[in-house]
Design a protein around this ligand. Structure first.
Ligand SMILES: C[S@@+](CC[C@H](N)C(=O)[O-])C[C@H]1O[C@@H](n2cnc3c(N)ncnc32)[C@H](O)[C@@H]1O
Length: 281
């Protein structure tokens, strides 16, 4: 992803208020991400990398290029560079403790088919964590489970689909689970952890823009994890997302949002069972 190191690609060019506003508008219209006025330096640094690789001298020429480029590829690169993709295995771990309990209870009640959606799945750490916990909760043979992992950015989806992580990335996975679900291979002197097929086969990856509703999902969903993306959306879009989640989650199913996120203002149809966890009623 473009976000973590782009700050080093400084441009000498000025990003004027009017060009910044133009970029903000495009980002909002195409992804729903609301960039506050205080994000000018961030946008300047992150877009500079794309300008450099395209040899484009000014921010205004760059955004005009994005808008004129009919394939939409550069728009994807720009959104990719601007959005934040931070994630890690077992992020906000208490959610997975609760998920285990819920899945075990469902399995005890005879539920064998489970559909889980990880919306805004970034580079895959979150949906793979969901996969590990699903398999650990109900056993490999007894479950017909699928985890749908979606994100707006093709580059992060590609990383997720490849399913290879460096040693530091897998450090938050408990040892016994890491050795069970990942194959450790040495490549050019470094250890890489490859997701094993038994885990990978549980996941389905798809590009999907959460700001475009209604979502084209046919089946009812048992659990949705939509974490750490709504913070980038405004209230109107957050309400639209939650209405869609309400439509898609079956009664008795769950919605998990990020610890810093709250949907209490528009959570009709859900019961908040603890902060950031909502049960569909
Ligand atoms: C901060 S990461 C969160 C990743 C993961 N859910 C977690 O909690 O660790 C935010 C992700 O949201 C994605 N994203 C941003 N806008 C989006 C949109 N409109 N539709 C779908 N995904 C979006 C970004 O590409 C990024 O991968």
């Amino acid at each position: 992803m473009g976000n973590q190191h782009c700050e080093y690609y400084e441009s000498n060019q000025e990003l004027t208020d009017s060009t910044f506003n133009k970029i903000r508008r495009v980002v909002y219209d195409k992804s729903g991400i609301s960039l506050g006025e205080n994000k000018q330096a961030l946008v300047r640094a992150r877009v500079a990398k794309r300008m450099r690789s395209l040899n484009i001298a000014t921010y205004d020429s760059y955004i005009n290029y994005v808008l004129s480029e009919t394939t939409g590829v550069e728009l994807e690169y720009m959104l990719d560079a601007i959005s934040t993709n931070t994630t890690h295995f077992y992020r906000e771990e208490s959610h997975f403790d609760l998920m285990r309990t819920i899945i075990r209870d469902w399995a005890k009640d005879g539920l064998r088919k489970m559909r889980i959606w990880c919306a805004a799945s970034s580079t895959g750490e979150e949906p793979y964590t969901l996969g590990i916990e699903t398999l650990e909760s109900i056993g490999h043979d007894q479950v017909n489970a699928k985890i749908l992992a979606t994100d707006i950015a093709p580059s992060v989806l590609k990383t997720a689909m490849v399913g290879e992580y460096s040693e530091d990335k897998v450090a938050t996975i408990p040892d016994h689970l890491r050795s069970h679900y990942f194959e450790r291979v040495k490549i050019n002197g470094d250890y890489i952890y490859k997701v094993k097929p038994m885990l990978k086969n549980l996941l389905i990856f798809r590009q999907m823009n959460l700001s475009v509703t209604p979502y084209a999902l046919k089946n009812q969903i048992d659990m949705i994890f939509c974490r750490n993306v709504m913070i980038y959306f405004d209230r109107t879009l957050r309400a639209r997302l939650v209405a869609e989640f309400k439509r898609l989650i079956r009664p008795g199913g769950y919605l998990f949002v990020g610890h810093a996120e709250s949907i209490t203002a528009f959570s009709e149809g859900f019961k908040c069972i603890k902060p950031s966890v909502y049960k569909r009623i």
